[in-house]
Design a protein around this ligand. Structure first.
Ligand code: A4P
Ligand code: MG
Length: 182
């Protein structure tokens, strides 16, 4: 004879637990353009960042006109920075940044050559990683005034490598860097 059916749920299959919603991280992105309508490229990039899935634009810096680092004969850059809240993982956010660059007509030719739009992922929460595609924090950010000047409007007290971003910026040559009126 079969044992009576029990009402215990101990042996009955349970639905798989719903995946925990991924926590949002605060991420910082550097924006740069020195080809075409530079201001329009940066404005479009801010809007595109805010429209990414699971992502909100928390703050944007002023625009800065900056002398080009790299091959001579290029136009000055417009640079800026954005603070995001995002549930995208670092690699997924990098993919999204590359897609936004392509949508603004970015063509990769020479290293450090002129570009309609460059979006670099500076920081993604506390993530530190080094893969062939992505290094975090961005390895060059602390040595570049064109990155730190706008970023310091958003996070001057954030500490990296033992100093605040404002202290890192104070160590750099800021000659030729000009904040544009909003
Ligand atoms: N990559 C690795 N880590 C990251 C990261 N944290 N964020 C990889 C973004 N990308 C990261 O970048 C090459 C590859 O780096 C990406 O495909 C990604 O997988 P790229 O934008 O295709 O190439 P690039 O920009 O020509 O070279 P590089 O070395 O990344 O140049 P930078 O450092 O972006 O510098 N002068 C002024 N005044 N203002 C500027 O904004 N920008 C540059 C470009 C040069 N001179 C400048 C400025
Ligand atoms: Mg880049």
């Amino acid at each position: 004879m079969l044992p009576p059916a029990t009402s215990s749920s101990a042996n009955s299959p349970r639905p798989a637990p719903a995946p925990a919603p991924s926590a949002a991280a605060e991420a910082y992105v550097a924006l740069g353009s020195n080809l075409g309508d530079r201001r329009a490229h940066l404005e479009a990039a801010f809007a595109a960042l805010d429209a990414l899935p699971g992502t909100r634009l928390l703050a944007r810096s002023s625009l800065y006109e900056t002398p080009p680092l790299g091959p001579a004969g290029q136009q000055d850059y417009l640079n800026a920075a954005a603070a995001l809240s995002t549930t995208l993982a670092p690699e997924a956010l990098l993919d999204a940044l590359l897609s936004i660059e392509v949508a603004r007509g970015r063509v990769r030719r020479e290293r450090w050559g002129p570009r309609t739009l460059d979006l670099d992922l500076l920081l993604h929460g506390d993530t530190a990683l080094q893969t062939p595609r992505l290094t975090l924090p961005h390895p060059a950010m602390l040595g570049r005034a064109f990155v730190l000047a706008p970023l310091c409007e958003l996070a001057p007290d954030l500490v990296l490598a033992g100093r605040s971003l404002a202290q890192h910026l104070a160590l750099l040559d800021q000659a030729g860097i000009r904040r544009l009126a909003d």
